[in-house]
Structures are given as structure tokens and as C-alpha cells.
Unconditional design. Sequence first.
Length: 348
Amino acid sequence: MFKPKFKYTDHMIGLLTRIAAAREVILSSPLIPRWEISLRRDAIIRSAHSSTSIEGNNLSLEQVSDLAAGRKIMVQRKDREEVLNYIRVLEKLYTLPQKGELTEAVIKKIQKMLTLNTLEDAHDCGAYRSERSKYVVVANRLTGEISFRPPSNEELPTLMADYVKWLNSNEAHLLDPVVMAGIAHYEFVRIHPFVDGNGRTARVIAALILHIRGFDTKQFFCLDDYYDMDRSEYYKALRTVHVRKRDLTRWLEYFIEGVAVSIDAVRERVAHMSAERIRTEKKGQIALTERQMRIVEFINKNGKITIGDVAGLFKITRQAALKEMGKLLDMEVVKREGQARASHYVMA
């Protein structure tokens, strides 16, 4: 069975800790249903734009948003179909696994949905290249220079069987979900089982793993923006894995950093939404000052606030900070947890 090689670095551990803290803040924030729908829709649109853009799709984020809204726009048919296909796959992400497992049939279904009406030969949709006797290489579209030669067609059946066996193994599920997703992403790209759509399929598999593992249950996180911001760095990170040694450490550092950046962006947006909700709910009853709103935003962003944080935030004494938090306690906007100097404040 496939056994990934990597080691945890201080950088990776720091990023995973940061991701866990941000995720907890996001999922525990008091969001109303329409905001959750908005966050999910935004993540799907941004993912569809970024993931297809990485592979050369020319549509802008605004055009992708128009397509997602059902508007008709004048663009190349292939670009339009790639984006619409990606949106449909993400919208059906919950229904793709079979009893919580990622099977070869599921992977073929994903690629078929992603490439529908976009390939020269429709038979290549949902079929491994070994099944169609086609071998592909990854090359620069302009120069023709070959940058990657995937395994041979004859190796594919064994490689994919081992890959899927690992995806559903106890060893894989004992890993942090983000680490597992990063490994799955790279190994799928390395095997390159399809004639086209391998990168998009790999990124959907990563998103699906985070869903199956309960990490992104609400589909708030767009993992592809970070990688699309600098495509050369994305491909460079993929190439850091040595052909023979296959140490994934440097790739995983890059992948995990992308997840951290994505989640931080969502946390910032959620913090703003939650602060606005408090402002709306208290309107006509309790008038929160700008200082108090900044305290609320700090808690929504970081999960809690201490007296020291308040004092540092506003350059005031601890006594003044205690007085400020006392007002929020009286208004039942926050509550105190812990004892003495170890105490902190969270949203009530």
C-alpha cells in the first residue's frame, strides 16, 4: 500500500495550530443561516474561479459569479463549461462519497463531471488513460518543453488501487485532515490517471477529504485562491518532491500554508459579520461604543480576550480595561471564564 514520506516541521505544526484555532472561531461564531449560505456560495465561486484559472481558464471572478447566478455571458464555450462543471461538483460535494469512502468509482465520477463537454474525445471523461491506451505528459503549452512524465499506463491500475486503499485506511485517518488532504492532492497529481482534468480532480479530492473528515462541514473554505495567486509557486512546490525519494515535507508546508491563509480570510469575514450582528441585535436597546465593538471583533477573531489584551489594544491601564469589560459583562454581551489572572472573556 502507498506509504507517504514526510516529517513534521516546526513550521507545519505552527500552521496546523493556527488553522485549528481559526476554524474553531469560525464554526463557533453566531452566524445566521443566510450568512452561512453566503459564505458557502462565495467559497464555491472562488474555488471554481481559482481552480480552473490555475489550468488556463480565462474567465474573471466576476464572470464566474455571473455564470453561477445563471446569467448569460459571451465567453468561450470550453471556459464556460469548465467553470459550470466545477461549480456543480462542489454543490454536490456532500453526495459524492459512497458510505463515507473515496472509491475509484467516485474519483472517475468527479473527473467525468469536471470534464463534461470540454474534451475532444468524450470517451476520456471518467476513464483512466490506461483504459483508452493513451499516455500523456505535462508540458509547457507554448514551448512544448516536458516538465513531468507520469507513471506508465500499465502501472495505473496498481497505483490507483493502492492510492484508494490508503485514502480509506486507518493510517490516513489518523493524520490531521489538512495533512491527509495535502498528501492526497500531491499523490493524485503524481499518478496523473486521466488524459485531462487531473489538477482539478486532485483539488476536489482534497476538499472532499476535508468534508469527510469533518473539517469543513459547511464548505466555508476556498483552498484554491492561495495557489492561483502565484501559479508558478504552486507548480514549483509540486516539483519539490524528489522523483525517487518522494519526501513530501516541503510540499506539505506549502499546502498547509495555503489552508491557513484561506481560513484566516474567512475568520476575518466572520469576525466582521458577528460584530455586525451584535450591533444589530443591541440596536435600540444597548448602544455599543466603538471601543466595545473593537473588543467584540477581537473576540470573534481570536476566540477570547484577556484584560491584558484590552489594555494593550487601547493603551490603557489594567484597571481601565477591567472597567471596560465590566460594562460588557453587565450588558451580557460577554461572559468571563477562568479564575484570577488566568481568566478571559468570550461571547455570551
